[in-house]
Ligand binder design. Structure first.
Ligand SMILES: Nc1ncnc2c1ncn2[C@@H]1O[C@H](COP(=O)(O)OP(=O)(O)OP(=O)(O)O)[C@@H](O)[C@H]1O
Length: 281
């Protein structure tokens, strides 16, 4: 099992990354990275530009096949699911949802329709994959009602209920980012992976986002978060994992990470003012 930071995790481990390495030709983007994310917590992955955060996410969510190492999704009362090398759709089915750095909604479909598309598998299963409809079985109407109910729940939670019938592409940028999170939540994931959800948001929108993520955690979903906005990271994360040049250099509670000399050196080395770790306590 991957080493933990020594802090007890009351809900146990949900995600275990063990010795993960990802090479692109001669470049090692992620090098022997091991950490765990606790169930019911928000775990942030931070690090300077090019540290390997998105590559790590792409390995966890099946967009890349890691060169070596293990990724396990732990499930209560059952054996862990080995995610290494599984295609993205099977990882999603195992209970891992993700959002992207760049928005990937269906812009011509309404906000509500985007959330129903996310529930396509469940709805197709309710039709018996077409056979049920031929035989006149009626599980579909109930499944559709439930899918709309779930979509409306997440539209409400993301403050988008009044925009349900607007095309997703017509929503302001911050609303589109919230809709992406709502869409991911409509797959009812055990683990939600967010790639820079605060990118491009103004301070008020970032605060709203932080509240939304805490609300999602409160509803029982564990979160793994890549984020450059240190205000958001340090306010909401239970645990912070730091990468630099593809290697894990620190793993601990936000306060410890803020004071960690290796972390400070990594960020100072980058020399980017917007990466400054100094945030209001
Ligand atoms: N598909 C790819 N092919 C080749 N090299 C890649 C690929 N994806 C990422 N890299 C390289 O791997 C390294 C890590 O990139 P990655 O995007 O994972 O970093 P990051 O920490 O997410 O950076 P940022 O904060 O800028 O998004 C970089 O040197 C990048 O150029």
């Amino acid at each position: 099992m991957a080493p933990d930071s020594g802090r007890p995790a009351p809900g146990g481990v949900i995600l275990e990354v063990d010795g993960l390495t990802m090479r692109f030709g001669g470049l090692t983007a992620v090098s022997h990275v091991s950490f765990t994310a606790a169930r019911g917590e928000i775990t942030a992955v931070i690090g300077p530009n090019g540290a390997g955060k998105t590559t790590l996410f792409n390995c966890i969510t099946g967009f890349y096949r890691p060169s070596s190492g293990a990724i396990r999704l732990h499930r209560p009362g059952g054996p862990p699911a080995e995610l290494h090398g599984l295609p993205g759709y099977r990882i999603a089915r195992a209970g891992v949802a993700r959002t992207f750095q760049n928005i990937r909604l269906f812009p011509g479909m309404t906000a509500l329709e985007n959330l129903l598309v996310a529930q396509h598998n469940k709805l197709m299963a309710a039709t018996g994959f077409g056979i049920g409809a031929v035989l006149g079985l009626s599980r579909y109407p109930r499944a559709e009602r439930e899918a709309i109910g779930l979509a409306r729940h997440w539209l409400s939670a993301t403050n988008l209920l009044d925009r349900a019938d607007d095309p997703a592409g017509a929503l302001p940028y911050g609303a589109q980012r919230r809709l992406e999170i709502a869409r991911a939540m409509c797959t009812e994931p055990a683990l939600l992976c967010l790639d820079e959800p605060a990118a491009g948001l103004n301070p008020r929108e970032s605060e709203e986002l932080a509240r939304l993520l805490l609300d999602i955690r409160g509803q029982g979903t564990s979160l793994l978060l890549i984020e450059h906005d240190m205000g958001v990271v340090m306010t909401i994360s239970d645990r912070v994992v730091v990468l630099d040049h593809g290697k894990l250099i620190a793993d601990g509670a936000p306060a410890a990470i803020r004071a960690d000399q290796k972390v400070i050196a990594a960020y100072l080395g980058e020399g980017e003012e917007d990466e400054d770790l100094e945030v209001e306590a």
